[in-house]
Design a protein around this ligand. Structure first.
Ligand code: NFD
Length: 253
């Protein structure tokens, strides 16, 4: 699959929308210039040789502060995070910053033979390590995590096919490494199972215990909640008849 059709128009449009209506606190930014910086990262280059550094100019221009206590990280819970973000004003995940908002859900790469994005074919996520998309999300995630301060939240999937805290995830490999106890005062871990299960992993055991040990070693205080109620209620919106979603009744363990 090639770059998203109308990539430029979508990204510039999203940028104006973000600055004008979504987050008027993001400051003054030049949307067409942000597009130029983004395009420069991969334009006229081998799409398998794009580095995180290539995106730094775009990230520097588009970056803005994240309000204190509003950083939220996730792994394999993207849909739920975005739903949660949509109904509360308490969190700002990467996808709700200008950088993430402009780029989320898009596909892109370049080619050596022309400065335009390649609309025919782009390398897949696993086809080559340094592809234009994975390098972007690594760079954006690192930049986002560096801006986290105060209390942060981490939502992981307790029903994940692999480990809940997967050591080669972007959260584990990149974001967690940027968190330190000088800027981050507390970590709220939320381990969310799918409504239909399975309840594979929980707080204090398995890969979640590994994450908890890392936080202890970093001297960062934390708490861990299994199936945090506010997020669970969002999952139940689609499964009202499920036994564990009956309102006002004792949940069936
Ligand atoms: P994930 P994570 N093939 O759920 N972030 O910890 C393809 F095609 O495992 C945000 O790695 O969690 N796509 C975004 C893949 C992307 C593959 C990356 C794969 N093998 C990182 N593996 C974003 N908004 O799209 C992973 N992906 C893609 C930041 C796929 O789109 C966030 O701040 C999947 O939905 C968050 O805290 C996404 O990467 C953390 O890093 C995430 O994979 C989530 O990365």
């Amino acid at each position: 699959e090639g770059s998203t059709e109308n990539l430029k128009e979508i990204m510039i449009g999203r940028c104006f929308n973000y600055l004008g209506t979504v987050n008027v606190d993001a400051g003054e930014k030049d949307c067409p210039n942000l597009w130029k910086a983004f395009l420069s990262a991969f334009s006229e280059k081998d799409p398998c040789k794009i580095t995180t550094e290539d995106y730094q100019p775009f990230l520097d221009l588009a970056g803005h502060d994240i309000p204190i206590n509003q950083s939220i990280f996730w792994s394999q819970t993207k849909g739920l995070i975005l739903q949660y973000t949509g109904v509360t004003h308490k969190v700002m995940p990467l996808e709700s910053t200008l950088v993430g908002y402009m780029v989320d859900g898009l596909n892109w790469c370049g080619k050596l033979s022309s400065p335009e994005p390649n609309f025919e074919a782009c390398p897949g996520w696993k086809e080559c390590e340094n592809n234009s998309i994975s390098s972007f999300w690594k760079a954006a995630s690192e930049d986002y995590a560096r801006r986290a301060h105060g209390e942060v939240t981490v939502m992981l999937n307790g029903s994940a096919r692999g480990d809940t805290f997967r050591n080669n995830s972007i959260f584990a490999e990149i974001e967690l490494g940027e968190l330190d106890n000088a800027r981050v005062t507390f970590v709220h871990l939320w381990i969310m199972d799918n409504i239909d299960g399975p309840d594979k992993e929980s707080c204090d055991v398995g890969s979640v215990a590994v994450l908890e040990r890392i936080l202890k070693e970093k001297n960062i205080s934390y708490s861990c909640k299994d199936n945090y109620k506010a997020a669970k209620m969002l999952q139940c919106m689609d499964k009202l008849d499920h036994p564990s979603c009956r309102l006002g009744e004792k949940p069936i363990a």
